[in-house]
Design a binder for this molecule. Structure first.
Ligand code: NAD
Ligand code: IPM
Ligand code: MN
Length: 349
């Protein structure tokens, strides 16, 4: 098949991890006789430096035309002055909104070889297989922001339609998995959360085969560590989803391992590892590229419908981990390029 993939390397380790993911995509394309066209554009701090805008018009136009977008990470010390007029992260948020990718899938699995890396007892980690569905284009991220000399406010708003479409996505995924959906909120305090609860309950009537439970976010933060294997699909609003998935990365062993897929109503999607630009290790060849590589696998699955190729990449990642070709964050000494090379070798077998 032919596909047009826009690559947005971004800042910090973004270019290092996307380079590896693109190499892997090239390899599976060559093997399967597919023709992928990769176009690279600026986003984030790199785009601010070049054009004064974290999401230049040509970047956005290319992303809108693309079959899928693969992104590294944005942000860094250079652009993090709290008084700055423009910020790299605004580019990413505008892109998510403009593409309408309201459902952010963040799967979390624990590789058996990496169980020892988690600060948790090993036996808790067996059978951990979670799918977070994080609402991505609403809530506190997108409400009005105001600031005066002695106060600031972030409007935190959700509509029924925004909640319903994210919830339906989560029920659909739960139905295709172990039929257990946990909705995480703060309904004891927030009005938006009570609207979420009402809406999720109503949507649940269409999915009687899925077991639904509600969990308050504060206790969920604890339960995720105490009994992580008790959950299947977890649906939550934007900010809680951001925080809980970084926490869940501690189950897997490193933030560098987790991928994501951001989907809207069509086939096109935005794919990015859940980690950031990691300024502390940027430019040193230390970045773990597996979160980006697994994001490329999700791209093949969800936007291009290439399930066999997606599985081939996921299988190659498992093999490389089992063979011990690991970056420093997961206890190894391999470089980003070393992991890349090992993945390509496995894929060529
Ligand atoms: P971070 O995710 O960049 O890094 C947190 C820690 O995890 C660091 O110690 C880092 O070295 C490590 N880490 C992250 N990814 C890794 C990888 N692939 N391999 C090995 N180690 C890895 O979070 P932060 O430091 O809080 O944020 C840095 C910048 O990144 C900020 O500007 C933030 O806004 C931005 N950010 C961007 C995205 C994104 O583009 N999607 C996501 C999160 C944070
Ligand atoms: C993520 C990041 C972003 C978010 C930031 C960089 C805007 O933390 O993708 O998880 O909060 O969504
Ligand atoms: Mn985050």
């Amino acid at each position: 098949m032919r596909a047009n993939v826009v690559v947005l390397p971004g800042d910090g380790i973004g270019p290092e991890v996307t380079a590896c993911a693109v190499e892997v995509l090239h390899a599976v394309a060559a093997q399967g006789g597919h023709e992928f066209r990769f176009e690279e554009y600026l986003i984030g701090g790199a785009a601010i430096d070049a054009h004064g805008d974290p999401l230049p018009d040509d970047t956005l136009a290319a992303c809108k035309r693309a079959d899928a977008v693969l992104l590294g990470a944005v942000g860094g010390l250079k652009w993090s002055d709290p008084n700055a007029r423009v910020r790299p992260e605004q580019g990413l948020l505008r892109l998510r909104a403009a593409l309408g990718v309201y459902a952010n899938l963040r799967p979390v699995r624990v590789h058996p070889e990496l169980v020892g890396l988690s600060p948790l007892k090993n036996e808790k980690l067996h059978h951990v297989d979670l799918l977070f569905v994080r609402e991505l284009t609403g809530g506190a991220y997108f409400g009005a922001k105001t600031r005066s000399a002695d106060a600031a406010a972030d409007e935190y708003r959700y509509t029924v339609a925004e909640i319903e479409r994210a919830a339906r996505r989560a029920f659909e995924f739960a139905r295709a998995r172990r039929r257990h959906l946990t909705h995480v909120d703060k309904a004891n305090v927030l009005e938006t959360a009570r609207l979420w609860r009402n809406t999720v309950e109503r949507v649940a009537k269409d999915y009687p085969d899925v077991k639904l439970e509600h969990q308050l976010v504060d206790s969920m933060a604890m339960l995720l560590l105490v009994r992580p294997s008790a959950y299947d699909v977890i649906v939550t609003e934007n900010l809680f989803g951001d925080i809980l998935t970084d926490e869940a990365a501690a189950l897997a062993g490193s933030l560098g391992l987790l991928p994501s897929a951001s989907l809207g109503d069509g086939k096109a999607g935005l794919y990015e590892p859940i980690h950031g630009s990691a300024p502390d290790i940027a430019g040193k060849g230390l970045a773990n590229p597996l979160g980006a590589v697994l994001s490329a696998a999700l791209l093949l699955r969800h936007s291009l419908g290439l399930e066999t190729e997606a599985k081939a990449i996921e299988g190659a990642v498992d093999k490389v981990i089992a063979e011990g070709v690991l970056t420093r964050d997961v206890g190894g000494t391999a470089s980003t390029a070393g992991v890349s090379e090992a993945l390509l070798k496995v894929l060529a077998r």
